[in-house]
Design a protein around this ligand. Structure first.
Ligand SMILES: Cc1ncc(COP(=O)(O)O)c(C=O)c1O
Length: 427
């Protein structure tokens, strides 16, 4: 039975009249099989959400990362409401800002200071400015296909850019020390910063964990050449380790950026750094109309406290492992071989020997149709609210979806599957 999506469709038609593209960015329906996914959400609770047509979904996307304890977590909501009763957007920062900075500095082993913004892009862009200020150099090195946000130096889009925006941004290949070394050698004393994510999660491709010693190698070369080593921990931060994902993988950057899992959906981002970058960080202007808002800071304090108190990170890892094992088994029963890549808490499924994600599209559509929301091209996220019985249900549904996929002839084309948009591209 197809999903009943009449209200979603209607809203999308209205949106197209007044919002360019209707829905833009990562939530665009252009990325999925047409008509196979809702466009508008109505309500959410724990590990479930309901769309505007009343369809219920077990959620594997967590609002594309920001939700980590489950939607509307009672403790986080209560903390946010307590702060909201006092005030949110005020003339001055509230005391919670100092508390939150102290908390981050105590959680992240190398951090001597913390600053706040709203979105991940605020922080990655600010960090490269701090690195340029500190080193008085221009060049930024980052990994091919890595996403660091929407600002001109790094957006994967092409519209509105001029050559100069990226004139000093150079890419090297993930897990390829020689490629990294060649970039450092080539630009030598001009490199201000190297920016990496703790593991590689390109869109449209399996996630790749760091090879043993790879990130330590980058760290050592950065130290040798006076380059600032920036960890973009926006997607994985506080999902893999309470001290930041560098602790999970065993290396140490000079600065880290956090956002998604910090405040269980409340808008906040943070950057933390080592003592030697404090002076430069004071010289790079940092502000936004809402950046001192107190409610997200109160939500962040409570989210971090709950993650720690409840051992939620270990729990999400266990849930993710059970899910991955079950998916492989279910796929095998239908003669399909799948790869579940990335850390268990942020899994992504691909079909072996298929680069165009044609069957991912079908698999996602069949899961969504049966009540499990996941995305065919973007990694998924496990929340702490996902229970063992949710996983069982997901696996039952995945089994039925694999059965359908096994009947679909494979696409011979090497390009993207039908319905895959061509507007976003990875460099
Ligand atoms: C690794 C990484 N860096 C940066 C960003 C940008 O964050 P935001 O969308 O909040 O600006 C994202 C968002 O998905 C991300 O995953």
């Amino acid at each position: 039975m197809p999903l009943h999506l009449a209200h979603s469709r209607q809203l999308f038609e209205r949106a197209r009249q007044v919002i360019p593209g209707g829905i833009y960015g990562h939530a665009t329906p252009a990325l999925v099989v047409p008509g196979a996914s809702p466009c508008y959400a109505h309500q959410a609770e724990g590990a479930r959400y309901w769309d505007v047509d009343g369809n219920e979904f077990i959620d594997l996307m967590c609002a594309y990362g920001p939700v980590v304890l489950g939607y509307r977590h009672p403790g986080v909501e209560a903390a946010a409401q307590r702060q909201a009763a006092l005030g949110d957007c005020l003339n001055h920062p509230a005391a919670v800002m100092v508390e939150l900075a102290e908390r981050l500095v105590s959680l992240v082993d190398f951090a001597a200071w913390a600053v706040f913004g709203k979105n991940g892009s605020d922080m990655t862009t600010w960090c490269i400015q701090v690195a340029r200020e500190h080193t008085r150099r221009k060049k930024i090195l980052c990994v091919e296909g890595a996403y660091h946000g929407v600002d001109a130096w790094c957006t994967p889009g092409h519209g509105g850019l001029i050559e100069e925006d990226r004139a000093h941004v150079h890419r090297f290949r993930w897990n390829d020390e020689a490629s990294f070394d060649a970039a450092v050698t080539r630009y030598a004393d001009e490199v201000a910063a190297v920016v990496v994510t703790p593991y590689h999660h390109p869109l449209f491709a399996p996630s790749e964990m760091p090879a043993p010693g790879y990130l330590a190698h980058i760290q050592a070369r950065c130290a040798r050449h006076g380059i600032v080593f920036i960890l973009d921990d926006i997607r994985a931060g506080f999902r893999l380790h309470m001290g930041g994902s560098h602790r999970y993988f065993g290396f140490e950057p000079d600065m880290s950026c956090f956002s998604k899992a910090m405040a269980n959906g409340y808008p906040i981002a943070a950057a933390v750094g080592k003592p030697h970058l404090r002076r430069a960080s004071e010289r790079v202007f940092l502000t936004g109309s809402y950046w001192n808002s107190a409610v997200p800071m109160a939500a962040a304090l409570e989210t971090l406290a709950t993650l720690e108190r409840e051992g939620a990170i270990a729990g999400m890892e266990r849930t993710g492992r059970a899910l991955a094992a079950g998916l492989r088994e279910q796929a095998g029963r239908h003669g399909l071989e799948v790869e579940v890549s990335g850390p268990p808490a942020c899994p992504f499924l691909t079909f072996r020997d298929e680069r165009n994600l044609y069957r991912n599209q079908h698999f996602a559509a069949e899961c969504v149709r049966r009540g499990v929301f996941l995305h065919p091209h973007h990694n998924w996220f496990i929340s702490a609210a996902l229970t063992a019985s949710d996983v069982e249900r997901i696996l039952d549904i995945a089994g039925a979806a694999f059965e359908c996929v096994a009947r679909v002839p494979r696409s011979g084309s090497a390009g993207p599957a039908p319905g895959v948009m061509g507007t976003l591209s990875q460099e």
